[in-house]
Design a protein around this ligand. Structure first.
Ligand code: TRP
Length: 336
């Protein structure tokens, strides 16, 4: 069987947190063993809604690479690269723009939701509106066959595949490759405040770069069952992020099942469960935090790894661009 080619990435708008870990980072560490994996720092895409704050995006590039390296995404197995240095991507984007209607883009549910959420209805930048086309260029430049993404990104893959089919049909050659989405089973993690999503903007995240003390403090402040007032009271484990995190990160399923049963019948205090969660998180994230600290002290080395991967990615994307230009009768060359 042919090896799957994976392209995935993150907008560098802030350091990564435990939600990213369960949603994508842990998967990437596994997938790199069996697939050809590209992981992209999507700084150009991040600018589509942060064009007024380019320094923030710049400063988070190295942070996100530190997160990748700390969790075990291995540059020997995975090509980690920077989107803004791959000039084939905006070139492909421009060609694909001919194949997508404004009406089709307007129906993209992910972009629609984001426009609403960001209050951009009245002054929608073209760059933001069209970012799904840019994302199709990211994916197709690497001929990705598999794109591991959260549920919210499924419309992007659908839009990408429509572009692939239009392109191949119009230019009468199967240059581009369709991609399958791979949605992880445990896709999202609640915030420490019990809101449905851990996110930087909701200020309810535990970061991979947090110290053990910070993590313990955050866990002690976590939302639990608000009806569980006294230790004797029966408590609910549903919608209780402390138990959700135990399920996500704990190994001792027997002990976790016991704690749940005890909590539900009453007599188990929140602090006892939180103390155990602190231990569980320390077991998983102390080594990650320690590795991260070492990388963060040497940003030169980290940028070196990113640029090395970018060089490799550039060659792959350029090869696709050459094939695209050839079937579009755009294969001009300058005499040296
Ligand atoms: N849109 C993705 C996000 O917000 C990031 C991203 C950019 C991406 N290009 C991609 C993801 C290509 C997968 C494939 O998380």
């Amino acid at each position: 069987m042919k090896k799957e080619i994976i392209l995935t990435g993150d907008r560098p708008t802030g350091p990564l947190h435990l939600g990213h870990y369960v949603g994508s980072l842990a998967n990437r560490v596994e997938l790199q063993k069996s697939c050809t994996q590209f992981v992209m720092i999507a700084d150009v895409q991040a600018l589509t809604d942060n064009f007024d704050n380019p320094k923030k995006i710049h400063d988070n590039v190295v942070e996100v690479v530190c997160d990748y390296l700390a969790v075990g995404i291995d540059p020997k197995m995975t090509t980690i690269f920077l989107q803004s240095m791959i000039s084939a991507i905006p070139e492909l984007t421009l060609y694909y723009m001919n194949l997508v209607t404004v009406a089709r883009l307007s129906r993209n549910p992910t972009v629609k939701a984001e426009i609403k959420q960001k209050g951009m209805e009245e002054s929608l930048p073209v760059g933001f509106f069209t970012y799904p086309i840019n994302q199709a260029a990211d994916i197709t430049a690497f001929k990705a066959t598999l794109v591991p993404v959260g549920e919210d990104q499924l419309p992007m893959i659908e839009q990408t595949n429509e572009i692939v089919r239009s392109f191949n049909r119009l230019y009468k050659k199967d240059v581009l490759v369709e991609a399958k989405a791979l949605v992880p089973k445990v896709g999202r993690l609640s915030g420490i405040d019990g809101q449905a999503k851990m996110s930087k903007s909701l200020n309810n995240a535990i970061y991979l770069g947090d110290s053990q003390d910070d993590i313990a403090k955050k866990v002690r402040s976590m939302y639990t069952d608000p009806k569980h007032l006294r230790v004797e009271d029966p408590g609910s484990v549903e919608g209780n992020p402390v138990f959700e995190y135990l399920d996500a990160f704990g190994m001792d399923t027997e002990k976790i099942a016991e704690l749940k049963a005890h909590y539900q019948r009453g007599g188990l205090g929140d602090m006892v469960v939180k103390k155990y969660l602190i231990e569980v998180l320390e077991h998983v994230f102390r080594p990650i935090g320690e590795r991260r600290k070492v990388y963060a002290q040497d940003p030169g080395q980290v940028m070196g790894i990113l640029l090395e991967g970018t060089k490799n990615a550039q060659a792959v994307a350029q090869d696709t661009l050459d094939q695209v230009q050839k079937v579009m009768y755009l294969d001009y060359v300058l005499e040296q």
